[in-house]
Design a protein. Structure first.
Length: 159
């Protein structure tokens, strides 16, 4: 397995581990919690909250994070240091911000921090929806647990 890819970036073989590290570091720093690996696959329809951030430049991808509304509220509560009932109205902002920071941290970890730009985060709420990227390419799925609740991060990489 090569450690260097094009443009001085890490090889894509190392990207899954870098995505795990980026997510773990961001959750530790911004939310104050440890996330752990899970074996729970993201269901086709995933109710709750989904944040997305586009990555463009040296590579193109969409990073998404899905969780329940309750998890999103807990994340917002811990980020803001306020009770959950106060944080509920900020869950979309919190999920969008976490997505944005994970995407930025990931592109820096793979050596493409200044060679890619991020879009403004988009957050979808509700139930019974599917998120599909029109990009053909590879998908990195990262099923996680955040305080015992499932959370899924995915990176859809355009070829």
């Amino acid at each position: 397995m090569s450690s260097a890819g094009g443009n001085g970036a890490l090889s894509p073989d190392l990207w899954p581990e870098m995505l795990r590290e980026a997510a773990a570091e961001v959750f530790s720093m911004m939310v104050g919690v440890e996330i752990t690996a899970s074996d729970v696959p993201c269901p086709r329809e995933c109710a709750g909250v989904t944040g997305t951030v586009g990555i463009a430049g040296a590579f193109s991808a969409i990073l998404s994070m899905r969780c329940s509304s309750q998890s999103a509220t807990q994340i917002a509560s811990q980020m803001l240091g306020v009770p959950p009932e106060e944080a509920a109205s900020h869950q979309c902002d919190a999920v969008g911000e976490i997505c944005n920071i994970v995407a930025g941290h990931f592109k820096a970890k793979i050596g493409l921090g200044d060679k890619c730009m991020l879009s403004v985060p988009t957050v979808i709420t509700g139930g019974n929806y599917q998120l599909r990227s029109l990009a053909s390419g590879e998908r990195l799925d990262l099923p996680l647990l955040c305080q015992g609740e499932p959370l899924w991060i995915a990176l859809d990489i355009r070829k």
